[in-house]
Ligand binder design. Structure first.
Ligand SMILES: Nc1ncnc2c1ncn2[C@@H]1O[C@H](COP(=O)(O)OP(=O)(O)OP(=O)(O)O)[C@@H](O)[C@H]1O
Ligand code: SF4
Ligand SMILES: [Mg+2]
Length: 298
């Protein structure tokens, strides 16, 4: 059963007020996550990963498309009773917690918002699970290490016992060993709590460690989706190949509404690639690709 579905999601931002430039951050993205499953999303800076997370979380309304959570259409926002079933670890942990509050108060706040009782016991249980010392809870965000802060953010997302977790680059600011600890922690909590999660990263190794499947985004589009091992062993999209081999991929190109977003950098480009963006189509078992090398125009 699917716990989360994003169907043909498009988000166009506008820079400034009336008449501002259109910024298509997300273009016709369709993804889904099975109950108990894990999906990683990778892509360079500006690819639209955070926008996808915010649209799925109901923080940002899509310009087009639908979001289905646990069988309910939540495109226009997620009602409170369903919201407590979703945990979110945002891209910048320091912005997730109020800088004036002690960590304890921030962690307990989610329980208060969702009117959950037995708050002290719940806090005790979750800080044990994320290996945070009780005395650290009496400090404010600027008084703790990056790893402790991230554990506190994870605790505040998980204390409401969500069934879905959306993690946006939760370890990118941490040193390698703390990063490994946090990734292992999220994976083991997933097993204990029977969570499903969507994990955003710009690092292929992290993405394959965290996700059963990986989706690759470029300039607002999902250009390849495959089981993690398959994607690493057999990347088909020329951009995925470059990304995985960690050759220089350059800065994110400006998003194009027409044509393949990799056209300017692709060694295999053809005239059709410039005219119309290829659709994501199935090529093999669980392997989807948007590239005219593998399928024709329609
Ligand atoms: N609120 C906003 N208003 C206008 N443009 C935005 C807004 N949020 C994001 N964008 C633009 O949308 C595009 C996608 O941004 P997004 O933050 O989703 O990328 P990302 O893949 O998460 O990048 P990063 O890896 O740097 O976090 C970028 O061009 C960004 O500048
Ligand atoms: S669609 Fe064309 S330009 Fe785009 S990646 Fe495939 S071959 Fe290259
Ligand atoms: Mg982001």
């Amino acid at each position: 059963m699917k716990i989360l579905e994003g169907i043909s999601l498009t988000k166009v931002y506008r820079s400034g007020w009336i008449g501002g430039r259109k910024i298509p951050a997300l273009i016709d993205v369709t993804i889904s996550l099975e109950k108990g499953g894990s999906l990683s999303i990778i892509g360079e800076s500006g690819a639209g990963k955070t926008t996808l997370a915010k649209v799925l979380l109901g923080i940002t309304t899509p310009t087009k498309g639908r979001v289905i959570f646990n069988g309910k259409d939540v495109t226009r926002g997620i009602p409170r009773n369903l919201r407590r079933l979703i945990g979110y670890i945002p891209q910048h942990p320091e912005s997730a917690l109020d800088p004036r509050w002690k960590l304890y108060d921030s962690i307990i706040e989610s329980l208060r918002i969702h009117r959950i009782e037995k708050r002290r016991e719940q806090v005790k249980k979750i800080i044990e699970r994320v290996s945070l010392d009780e005395d650290v809870l009496q400090r404010r965000p600027h008084e703790v290490s990056g790893g402790e802060l991230q554990r506190a953010v994870i605790a505040s997302s998980l204390i409401i016992e969500p069934i879905l977790l959306i993690c946006d680059e939760p370890t990118s600011m941490l040193d390698a060993s703390t990063q490994a600890d946090i990734l292992r922690l999220i994976r083991s909590i997933k097993e204990d709590m029977n969570l499903s999660y969507l994990f955003i990263s710009h690092n292929v190794d992290v993405a394959s460690f965290m996700g059963d499947r990986i989706g690759v985004m470029l300039a607002g589009r999902l250009i390849e989706l495959a089981p993690s091992r398959e994607l690493l062993r057999n990347p088909l999209h020329p951009y995925t190949e470059v990304f995985i081999n960690r050759k220089s991929v350059g800065a994110g190109e400006s998003t194009k509404l027409r044509g393949c977003p990799f056209y300017d950098r692709c060694p295999h480009r053809m005239p059709i690639c410039k005219k119309k963006a290829p659709k994501l189509e199935k090529l093999g078992e669980g392997h989807y690709i948007a590239c005219y090398r593998y399928h024709s125009e329609d």
